[in-house]
Design a protein around this ligand. Sequence first.
Ligand code: PAF
Length: 300
Amino acid sequence: MAHAPTDSDYIVITPDPPLKPAPAILTTPTAMRRWRAAHPGPLGLVPTMGYLHEGHIDLVHRARRENMHVVVSIFVNPTQFGPNEDFEKYPRDEVRDLNLLRDAEVDAVYLPSAAEMYPRGFQTYVSVEDVTQPLEGASRPGHFRGVTTVVLKLFNATGPDRAYFGKKDAQQLRVIQRMTRDLDLGVEIVPCEIVREPDGLAMSSRNVYLTPAQRAAAPVLKQALEHARNLWNSGVRDAETLRRAVRSQIEGEPLAEIEYISLAEDATLRELDGPAAGAALLSLVVRFGHTRLLDNVELR
Ligand code: PAF
């Protein structure tokens, strides 16, 4: 027969370090806004499409240091993928992501469904003009309209004081800064340094697509950018000389197929001809098989 429990039936274990509380998970804009209303004080948002890597966790740590509350959004946003892009096969692993976010002491995860974000009849988009035209905008028509629309919706639902974006997506960062200024969103956009693997490859959720041979070849991007940075530091300013230096180094790698190499004015992303007068962004997209890798270096 069962006996009534007494103190000697329990062992009290105090975990050291203490277990971290799981973040709240909010799946609708209404639930997210209610949570925000109940949590006043500075809030940092880290917008992601999930399949988190150390680059994302670095953004989360910075947000943790600088804010009372940290929210991470995970949403693979269909409107920023073109019809022949990798939306369906974009890597996803929610359970792993949520464990990483609990360990990083995130307060809430915003995890809306596509139906919540884009209800039937959806027809309102945000378009940023000039800075979306070159580079990724030219290669991926409609991409930035999808990004700005979803980022504005994420801001509306989460009410951040600061939002954290990696510098690897250099054009995305500039587009979001422009939108935030132009629409008086009152959110501080915090640019964060690129996080790299030990061999120099910039971290990206898409790196999992690389075959072992492509993965071994991919650090050529960082090496080529580093070469250009050394030229810049030694006084070279001519745009074509810098582009050509990067191109010839990458062309030495047979698995790499260059999509574009750009040297542009840092703020506007207008392509430079002749000598760079001020700060410039050297950015590139190189394909390894079907995988597009982006990387860049700021030249100041
Ligand atoms: O950089 C990304 O992961 C996405 O473009 C973003 C900003 C989360 C919008 O979907």
